[in-house]
Write a new protein. Structure first.
Length: 90
């Protein structure tokens, strides 16, 4: 789950995952529409489950979030490009 304060542009998230092919090597928020890959927007550290954190987004990142163009990507050694993905939706 995630909440976004439009006044401060602070995005706060909590989530969990399990049953990956191995330990998570990294976790990020990426820009990109559903089904399309994009670049890293915000690192999530540590990448261990449960994920719990926050970041202040730039104006461009906030616009992408509100347009449904941000997703969470969890990376593993076996799946360096990302093993699981979750699109952030309103």
């Amino acid at each position: 789950t995630a909440t976004f304060d439009t006044a401060t542009k602070k995005l706060t998230w909590k989530g969990s995952y399990k049953d990956l092919s191995g330990p998570a090597t990294a976790a990020h928020l990426h820009t990109g529409e559903a089904g399309k890959n994009g670049g890293v927007a915000v690192p999530i550290a540590p990448a261990t489950s449960p994920l719990d954190g926050s970041a202040t987004l730039t104006d461009a990142q906030a616009a992408d979030l509100l347009a449904g163009k941000l997703y969470v990507n969890i990376h593993t050694a076996a799946n360096k490009g990302g093993e699981i993905r979750g699109q952030l939706m309103k």
